[in-house]
Design a binder for this molecule. Structure first.
Ligand code: ARG
Length: 299
């Protein structure tokens, strides 16, 4: 029985590895390939999640997160599609993830939409802007996702006098520490509601507990000497049950506490292995770590 069992397990591993490979081959170009150490795959530390769990969140009250923007890209047919989130720092500047803009030279493909709720329906509250310039962190490393932060500069100021478009607050300079593990924070976006699923038409959010860097680093197969999760990153997720997380298309968007015009942004959606897996918390750029960088580059 035992050896048949082992044989079965070995076969399953091969099947799963083959499936992972097939998925990887079928992935559209702009998707981020998961950085999963082979040792982790072999140890079987992955887990499957039910298809229809968003990543556990809810559709938000329309325009209740006035700092959230949609960063869209124009395709060859001329239509825009959701590519990343982002947040409003002021009428001209959007905070985003470096990997959302990396390699793009033709800025005219970008559109920033503030006041957005349903991507499909026009409510009249949308403010569409082009991007004239961006500053990507000079030390963004695509291999590790360190310094996954950028600023986008808009072609015309947003009207922030309306309730549906407001800036997000940054953490105070004294808080260059992770919020303590277990702190409940919120992440929002139009990203997929499951790994490999489709974009959400309406803005969603989900509450997630902060996971300490050490636990998170080990989850990703990192060690102190050879980290996968760096001190400039934050992690959040449910490490017992999974089921709550950001996902593809949420990148660049905010991880925050509070709501409306008084929300404080702590993280920028950056990466994760799959989405909402108990074994792999979502990883975010830690905003408090980059306050100086933001201050010098936003002008
Ligand atoms: N890199 C993804 C994107 O471009 C988002 C990754 C977040 N994943 C996660 N499991 N938290 O949209």
């Amino acid at each position: 029985v035992c050896s048949a069992d082992l044989l079965f397990q070995a076969k399953m591993k091969i099947v799963i590895l083959a499936a992972l490979f097939a998925c990887a081959m079928a992935m559209p170009k702009r998707m981020i390939m998961p950085r999963l150490p082979a040792s982790v795959i072999m140890k079987g530390k992955y887990q499957l999640i039910p298809e229809d769990r968003i990543v556990g969140g809810v559709i938000v009250e329309p325009n209740s997160l006035p700092f959230q923007v949609s960063l869209q890209r124009r395709g060859s047919t001329g239509t825009f599609s959701q590519s990343c989130g982002g947040s409003i720092l002021d009428e001209n500047v959007i905070l985003d993830a470096a990997h959302c803009v990396r390699g793009i030279t033709d800025l005219t493909i970008f559109r920033v939409v503030a006041g957005e709720h349903s991507l499909r329906n026009v409510s009249g509250l949308e403010q569409n802007r082009g991007v004239t310039r961006f500053v990507m962190h000079e030390n963004f490393r695509p291999s590790t996702f360190e310094n996954d932060i950028c600023l986008l500069f808009l072609d015309a100021p947003l009207d922030l006098s309306v309730p549906e478009a407001k800036p997000v607050l940054l953490p105070p300079p004294t808080s260059e520490l992770d919020p303590p593990a277990g702190t409940i924070v919120t992440v929002s976006g139009w990203g997929t509601t499951s790994s490999g699923g489709s974009i959400s038409d309406e803005l969603r959010s989900v509450d997630v507990p902060i996971v300490d860097d050490d636990t998170c680093n080990r989850a990703y197969g990192g060690t102190a000497a050879n980290p996968e999760v760096f001190p400039s990153m934050l992690c959040a997720g449910d490490t017992s049950n999974g089921g709550i997380d950001a996902c593809q298309g949420d990148s660049g968007g905010p991880l925050f506490t509070g709501t409306g015009a008084s929300a404080v942004q702590h993280g920028i959606v950056s990466f994760g292995q799959g989405c909402a897996l108990a074994a792999y918390p979502g990883v975010f750029t830690q905003v408090s770590y980059f306050l100086d960088w933001i201050a010098t580059n936003r002008l």
